[in-house]
Design a protein around this ligand. Structure first.
Ligand code: PHE
Length: 353
């Protein structure tokens, strides 16, 4: 064997050993890319050994050429295998770091809840729906004809004064924001045939100084029952049922004589204080009773106004402040809280709709 042949052979085997070592030593993909250049590149030992092939005779060149190819492919194989293990490892790591546990509970988005006043309206309405009443609504911007005239309110009554009622500009005192829900009584009697059993919630407006028990914009709930043979006993029985559902089953109610232009006789209804049950406490201001609504027998004037037979039909009506009822039922000390939209207040009324 000539020297040139053994030099080339030795060079090729060295290139293989060095190449495999470098590949073995590469600790990550980047190092492997670098090793590839150094073992298979143009200046690598393998390339140098190949270029010395021209120094051997043609009879040996074929065998040495095959050896060179075999060294090259063993290096290439080693590179490929190593790259595969790195890539598999990298994928494994990505699986580990980017893992998503789809069984973990999600983060629930904040969900709103029914406003306590709406909830109170629903509760009150439910009591009366259970007694066969229907729900009616009327406009908040109302004709004085419905707010006052049809309700037998005299021209000089203080509630008509512009210092009490908001009037719409340019309409004199003919159109205003309703100061109570009673005009809905008239609208309902006008559009329905007898008998009528209705509850009518809605917003009302008064030029009131706002404080813990007064708001310029507030909510009322009116009730009206007109049928043959309705008596004051029906009024008391129906409102007793309402008061006990709202405030407590074993509480008593009482009627105190009062005056409203549109009912005769008229009364205010008190419910026994559900805190002290009559002994007197801070909630009932030592009275033992809490006023919850105004009521009375529908004045025949109203029935005549809408053309109903006053010999045949009688009825009762009542009206209450929803903020007041809600405040009493939930121990809220100031009705302005219902309109401040403070979540610390409102979230306390969360519950099933
Ligand atoms: N409308 C009266 C008020 O606002 C309440 C009421 C309604 C009284 C129906 C009697 C009958 O004070």
């Amino acid at each position: 064997m000539s020297d040139a042949v053994s030099d080339v052979r030795g060079g090729l085997e060295e290139a293989r050993a060095e190449g495999l070592n470098k590949i073995e030593a590469a600790a990550d993909l980047a190092a492997l890319e670098e090793a590839q250049i150094r073992v298979l590149g143009r200046k690598a030992p393998l390339a140098r050994a190949r270029s010395s092939l021209k120094d051997v005779g043609a009879e040996d060149r074929k065998a040495l050429g095959m050896l060179a190819n075999e060294v090259q492919s063993s290096i290439q194989d080693a590179l490929d295998r190593k790259r595969e293990t790195f890539e598999a490892h990298e994928l494994e790591q990505r699986w580990a770091t980017e893992r998503v546990d789809v069984t973990l509970p999600g983060e629930a988005p904040p969900v709103g809840s029914i406003h306590p006043l709406t909830r109170t309206i629903w509760e009150i309405v439910d009591v009366f729906i259970g007694m066969g009443y229907r729900l009616y609504e009327g406009p908040e911007v109302e004709l004085s004809t419905y707010s006052f005239d049809a309700l037998r309110t005299p021209k000089e009554h203080p509630s008509r004064s512009p210092s009490d009622t908001f009037y719409i500009e340019g309409k004199g005192d003919a159109v205003g924001l309703r100061s109570h829900t009673s005009p809905v009584q008239i609208r309902t009697l006008e559009t329905e045939e007898p008998p009528v059993y209705g509850v009518m919630p809605g917003r009302c407006y008064r030029r009131d100084e706002q404080d813990a028990t007064h708001l310029a914009g507030f909510t009322q709930l009116e009730g009206l029952a007109v049928d043959e043979g309705i008596t004051m006993g029906d009024l008391k029985g129906s409102l007793l049922e309402f008061a006990r559902t709202m405030f407590g089953r074993d509480l008593d109610v009482r009627l105190r004589p009062h005056f409203f232009p549109f009912t005769e006789p008229s009364a205010e209804m008190d419910v026994q204080c559900f805190i002290c049950r009559g002994d007197g406490c801070r909630v009932c201001k030592q009275e033992g009773w809490i006023e919850i609504l105004g009521c009375g027998m529908v004045h025949p004037f109203l029935l005549e106004w809408v053309g109903w037979d006053t010999e045949k039909y009688t009825g009762f009506a009542f009206g209450m402040g929803v903020e007041r009822v809600a405040a009493l039922a939930h121990g809220v000390p100031d009705i302005r809280y219902f309109w401040e939209n403070d979540l610390r207040m409102l979230t306390q009324f969360r519950g099933p709709a």
